[in-house]
Design a protein around this ligand. Structure first.
Ligand code: PGA
Length: 245
């Protein structure tokens, strides 16, 4: 899977054009689940662009309640007709907007309740990395998310994205060895808890130059791509790198 997280970028018209460009360049890539994650207001028109294609659509966030007095929020019930997937627990939501592990878990539960595949992002900050706490941090984040689930998670029902915070938008990618170590640890940790793990992606400054090396790692099943997903040619190169894995 290669998922493009557009973050808070593009106008609706630019987003529609970007989706069309991704569709043109990536729809022949049958070995890869290609996903775009545009801003909420783009979802309906991008849904129309992608209709009937292999490129899948997801939202960047979701609220855990289905409806009610939650000004500004968007529920999984609202997204279910438009999207296949939703990203939860991205580090920008955790660190800029104060989202907690427990809230991320509730968002995953809401997504699963409405048949959306949730991409759950986990990852350590630079100081946690430097202190050698990476594995403990991702375990804590995953355990909190799993504790919030009332129904069983199937491996196809969710995806984990390991994104070291110090690598996001910085141009400083984890080495393939570092990324492989953490993704392998995540897989074993979740298998111990649930019996089976979902796909595990790496994210954080994935580029056309480093994608093939990262995706060649045995426990990295694809990428969550931020900045590079806004450039359709670069994104297509990253998707192609996943296709030759
Ligand atoms: P980046 O972002 O590829 O720009 O580092 C990744 C992400 O935040 O998902």
């Amino acid at each position: 899977m290669v998922a493009g997280n557009w973050k808070m970028n593009t106008t609706v018209a630019e987003g529609v054009a970007l989706a069309a460009a991704v569709l043109e360049r990536c729809s022949a890539e049958t070995a890869v689940d290609v996903v775009v994650l545009p801003p909420f207001v783009h979802l309906q028109p991008v849904h129309e662009v992608l209709a009937g294609s292999r490129v899948r659509l997801g939202a960047q966030d979701v609220f855990w309640e289905d409806a009610g007095a939650y000004t500004g929020e968007v529920s999984a019930a609202m997204l279910a007709d438009l999207c296949d997937l939703v990203l939860v627990g991205h580090s920008e939501r955790r660190h800029l907007l104060g989202e907690t592990d427990v809230e991320t878990g509730r968002k995953l539960a809401a997504a699963v309740r409405h048949g959306l595949v949730a991409i759950v992002a986990v990852g350590e900050t630079e100081s946690e990395h430097d202190a050698g706490d990476t594995l403990a941090v991702v375990d804590r984040q995953l355990d909190a998310v799993l504790a919030a689930q009332s129904t069983a998670l199937t491996p196809d029902g969710w995806v984990i994205a390991y994104e070291p915070v110090w690598a996001i938008g910085t141009g400083r990618t984890a080495t393939p060895e570092q990324a492989q170590e953490v993704c392998a640890h995540i897989r074993v940790h979740v298998e111990r808890r649930l019996g089976a793990a979902p796909r595990v992606l790496y994210g954080g400054s994935v580029s056309a130059a480093n994608a093939a090396e990262l995706f060649a790692c045995p426990d990295i099943d694809g990428g969550l791509v931020g900045g590079a997903s806004l450039k359709p040619d670069v994104f297509a190169t990253i998707v192609a790198a996943a296709g030759t894995r």
